[in-house]
Design a protein. Structure first.
Length: 165
C-alpha cells in the first residue's frame, strides 16, 4: 500500500497512520485496499469479505452501476469490471453484452454486483428478473452465476445468501 500517510505496522496487515488524514483520504485508502483485494489472481474464499470491498467501492455513486467479477474455475479473480452505468433508478443491462465479456475473459463463473444509490440494498423485482435472464444467458455458455450482490450505504444483500438464485 503506497500512501504517503501510511506505514506498515509490525503485525502483517496492520498500518500506522503517520499524519492527520481527512475523511476523503480515509475513503480513498479504503477504496485502494478494496480494489487490491478484488485484483486479478485473488481467490474469493469468503464471499462476505468480497461484499464489504464491493460496498466500499460502490456505495458512494450517485447513479446505478452494474459490474461483474469474472472468475476462473478456482474462483480466482480474472477481472472486476464495470459493465453498465445507469440513471439514478436503473441501469440498462444487456445479457448479450455480459455474455460477450464473460467469454472474452474466459470466465468459468461470475459474481454480478450493482449498487442502489438510495442506500437500501433490498433487490427490486427488476433486479430479480435481470438476474434470472443473466443466469439463463450465461448458463448457455457454461458460465455459472455464483451470486448477485446489491450494495447500498445501508449494507448489502446477497442473492445467494437470501436464496434467490
Amino acid at each position: 500500500m503506497h500512501h504517503r500517510k501510511l506505514s506498515a505496522g509490525e503485525v502483517a496487515g496492520t498500518y500506522h497512520v503517520t499524519a492527520p488524514v481527512t475523511e476523503a483520504e480515509l475513503l480513498s485508502i479504503a477504496q485502494a485496499f478494496a480494489r487490491r483485494r478484488l485484483a486479478r489472481g485473488r481467490k474469493i474464499t469468503q464471499p462476505a469479505l468480497a461484499f464489504e470491498y464491493l460496498q466500499i467501492l460502490l456505495q458512494d455513486y450517485e447513479h446505478e452501476v452494474f459490474s461483474a467479477i469474472f472468475l476462473d474455475t478456482q474462483h480466482r479473480v480474472i477481472k472486476f469490471e464495470e459493465l453498465f452505468r445507469g440513471t439514478i433508478d436503473a441501469a440498462n443491462v444487456y445479457p448479450r453484452e455480459v455474455v460477450k465479456r464473460a467469454l472474452a475473459q474466459n470466465a468459468a463463473a461470475v459474481i454480478l454486483v450493482h449498487n442502489h444509490p438510495s442506500g437500501d440494498p433490498e433487490p427490486s423485482d427488476a433486479d430479480r428478473r435481470i438476474t434470472q435472464r443473466l443466469k439463463e444467458a450465461l448458463g448457455l455458455v457454461e458460465v455459472r452465476v455464483i451470486d448477485h450482490v446489491v450494495v447500498g450505504g445501508d449494507g448489502y444483500q446477497s442473492f445467494a445468501e437470501a436464496g434467490f438464485l
